[in-house]
Design a protein around this ligand. Sequence first.
Ligand SMILES: Nc1ncnc2c1ncn2[C@@H]1O[C@H](COP(=O)(O)OP(=O)(O)O)[C@@H](O)[C@H]1O
Ligand SMILES: [Mg+2]
Length: 227
Amino acid sequence: MGAEVVAKAIQVSVTYATGARARMALAPTDLQIQRGDRIALIGPSGSGKSTLLHCLSGLISPSSGVVTWPTLGRPIKHPGAIATVFQAPSLISALTVVENVELPLLIQGLKPAEARVRAHQALRELNLEFLTARLPEELSGGQSQRVAVARVIVGSPQLILADEPTGQLDAAAGTLVVEALLHCAEVHHAALIVATHDQHVADHFPIHLLVDDGHVAMGINEEGRQS
Ligand SMILES: Nc1ncnc2c1ncn2[C@@H]1O[C@H](COP(=O)(O)OP(=O)(O)O)[C@@H](O)[C@H]1O
Ligand SMILES: [Mg+2]
């Protein structure tokens, strides 16, 4: 069986604005992401981490180069195949936890009863069943992020992108979110890329991509710790 490449970037660069104000946020970058990859994207604020993630998710088109998603087909077959977890709370405040988690499935056209069952399964997988009936305002920051991970799980993702998902959390809550993401990736044999500037988060990942002023370099985690 050949390598299952979920995302491939060929000479991908991003320049924001034009003319004298043009700024290259991402220098031409080649990258191949395979199912099962566990990658920490590390770099200071403004180095280009979000820009790279947005290219890999298809949220923005690169200024040059191309991104392809070989295992996903074109057009991408199911909307949950590429899933993103953001730093800021992203749950819908008027919906309960279980309603938030089932929402992507309802949008995909699943029957409500089946969507509900799968949402409960995802919450149970992350030991979040006890939060089912709560509203987002009744959750801690760490709980909100883990519910956001449950919402990713229901989409059966092949590529999970998390943009500083622990940025607003203390170390203990952050670790639980990272463990939830790793679990989610494991269950779906997905690729996982987590942008972070927290060394403790990076320690969980065998592959490090170091981003410096738009330049991306590959590094291997010396400790080699796998989770
Ligand atoms: N929409 C945008 N318009 C103009 N400049 C942007 C935009 N988004 C990001 N930038 C700039 O691109 C650079 C990289 O940003 P970003 O990818 O957000 O970095 P990071 O996620 O590592 O903090 C920064 O200098 C930032 O100010
Ligand atoms: Mg960012």
